[in-house]
Design a protein around this ligand. Structure first.
Ligand code: B12
Ligand code: SF4
Ligand code: SF4
Length: 320
C-alpha cells in the first residue's frame, strides 16, 4: 500500500487517482459544445470562466499534481429502488445523489472531507499547499478524473468507473507538489454497442457522437438549476417520468451500474425520500405551501432542497 493510500484510509474515499497533467484532453470538445449553444441556459459555462477551464494553472497557478477522488452514492440509489417498489410510493422521483451524504447537500459534506484530507496531507509533506475543486469551481472535473485514470466518458456523458459505475461524485485537491507517482494509464471506452441511455432519455437530451447532452433538454437543468427563473414549464418535461429533483434515468439503465448496485449494503431510506415520496402528493404540496420563506429555509437547512427555495421546489412538484 502506498503512503497516500494509507493516509486516505480514514476518509472512506471510494476511489482515487493522480495526474500531473494540467490541461484537459477534451477542452476543445467543451468549447465546441458551448459554441453550438448546447450549454444554454447555463450561462456560467460560457462566460470568462470558459477560458479558466482550459488549464488548471489558470485556477491554481502553483499546480503540480491533482489527487482526484470518487465518492460513491450507489447505496442511496439502491435504497430508492426499495421506495419505488413500495405500495405507498407516490410516483415522484428524486436524483439519488440528493439523498446521499447524510441527507445533506454533498457540497457541504464532501467539502469538509476534502479539507480534512488536505490538512492530513499537509502534516505529512512539508511545504505542501493546495486548493479543492468540487462541482462549482471552473474545472472540467470529468476530464480531470479521466486524466487520473478513474474512468471513461460514457455516451450519457457520465464519468464511469469500471468497478463503481457512474453513481459517483467527483472532487479533487490541486497541490503545489508531487506527492505520488501519477496513475499510469487512461481508461478505455467500455460502452461498446450499448445504447441504453440514449433509448431511455425521455427528452432526447443525449448527443451520441459528442458524448455530451443538450443542457436545455435535460430534466436535471430545469429541476435543479433553474429555480428562480423559468416559471413556465418547458413542454418537453411532460415526457419526464416523475422527476422532481434531478434525473437518474440515463444512469439507471447503464449496465456498468448493475453490479455496484447489487453489491451495496442497504442502510434504509433517507429522511428526504420518506418525506417526499411516501406521502400523498397533495399532502406534501399543501405542507410546503404553508411554510413561510423563513420556515422553509429552516426546515430544509443544509439539504439540497434549501437552494431551490420554496417557490423553486413547488414549481418542480407541479410539473406532473
Ligand atoms: C453543468 C453541469 C451539469 C449540467 C450539464 C451536464 C453536462 N453533461 O454537461 C446539468 C444541469 C444538465 C447537469 C446534470 C447532471 N449532473 Co452535473 N455538472 C455540471 C458541471 C458543473 C459542469 C459540467 C460541464 O462542464 N459540462 C460541459 C460538458 C461539455 O462537459 P462534460 O459533461 O464534462 O463532458 C465531457 C465529455 O463529454 C468529453 N468528451 C466528449 N467526447 C469525447 C471524446 C473524447 C475522445 C474525449 C477524450 C472526451 C470527450 O468532453 C466533455 C468536456 O470535458 C459538473 C462539475 C464540473 N465542475 O465539472 C457537474 C457534474 C458533471 N455533474 C454531475 C452529476 C452527478 C450530474 C447528474 C447525474 C445529477 C442528476 N442526477 O440529476 C446529472 C447528469 C446529466 C448528464 N447525463 O450529464 C457530476 C458527474 C459525476 C460523473 N460520474 O460524471 C459532476 C462532475 C459534479 C461532481 N463534482 O461530481 N450537470
Ligand atoms: S439526466 Fe435524464 S433528461 Fe438528462 S440526459 Fe440523462 S436521462 Fe436525459
Ligand atoms: S448506458 Fe450503455 S451507452 Fe450509455 S453510458 Fe452506459 S454503457 Fe455507455
Amino acid at each position: 500500500m502506498s503512503k497516500l493510500e494509507d493516509l486516505l484510509k480514514p476518509f472512506q474515499v471510494s476511489a482515487f487517482g493522480v495526474t500531473n497533467e494540467p490541461v484537459p484532453i477534451s477542452f476543445s470538445a467543451y468549447a465546441g459544445w458551448v459554441k453550438r449553444d448546447y450549454h444554454k441556459p447555463l450561462s456560467y459555462l460560457a462566460d470568462h470562466r470558459l477560458e479558466l477551464r482550459s488549464d488548471l494553472r489558470q485556477f491554481y497557478p502553483d499546480f503540480k499534481q491533482a489527487i482526484v477522488f470518487l465518492f460513491s452514492y450507489s447505496e442511496e440509489r439502491a435504497g430508492l429502488e426499495k421506495i419505488y417498489q413500495d405500495q405507498n410510493w407516490n410516483g415522484w422521483k428524486i436524483a439519488s445523489y440528493a439523498l446521499g451524504f447524510e441527507d445533506q447537500d454533498y457540497h457541504f459534506v464532501l467539502k469538509k472531507k476534502l479539507i480534512s484530507i488536505l490538512d492530513t496531507l499537509k502534516k505529512e509533506y512539508s511545504g505542501l499547499e493546495g486548493v479543492l475543486t468540487l462541482d462549482v469551481h471552473p474545472v472540467l472535473e470529468r476530464d480531470l478524473a479521466y486524466r487520473s485514470g478513474l474512468g471513461w466518458f460514457g455516451k450519457n456523458s457520465m464519468l464511469i468507473h469500471q468497478g463503481l459505475g457512474s453513481f459517483v461524485m467527483i472532487g479533487s485537491l490541486l497541490l503545489n507538489q508531487e506527492i505520488q507517482t501519477p496513475t499510469p494509464r487512461l481508461e478505455t471506452d467500455h460502452c461498446g454497442n450499448c445504447r441504453a441511455c440514449l433509448d431511455i432519455c425521455p427528452t432526447d437530451a443525449i448527443n451520441e457522437a459528442q458524448r455530451t447532452i443538450t443542457a436545455e433538454k435535460c430534466i436535471s437543468t430545469f429541476t435543479i438549476e433553474l429555480f428562480k427563473e423559468a416559471p413556465v414549464i418547458p413542454g418537453h418535461l411532460e415526457r419526464g417520468t416523475g422527476e422532481i429533483f434531478g434525473c437518474d434515468l440515463c444512469q439507471d439503465v447503464c449496465p456498468w451500474n448493475k453490479k455496484p448496485l447489487q453489491q451495496t449494503s442497504l442502510q434504509g431510506a433517507s429522511k428526504w425520500a420518506n418525506y417526499f415520496l411516501l406521502r400523498p402528493r397533495n399532502e406534501v404540496i399543501a405542507e410546503l405551501e404553508n411554510f413561510s420563506q423563513k420556515g422553509f429555509r429552516r426546515f430544509f437547512a443544509g439539504s439540497v432542497f434549501e437552494r431551490l427555495g420554496k417557490n423553486g421546489l413547488l414549481k418542480n412538484l407541479k410539473i406532473y
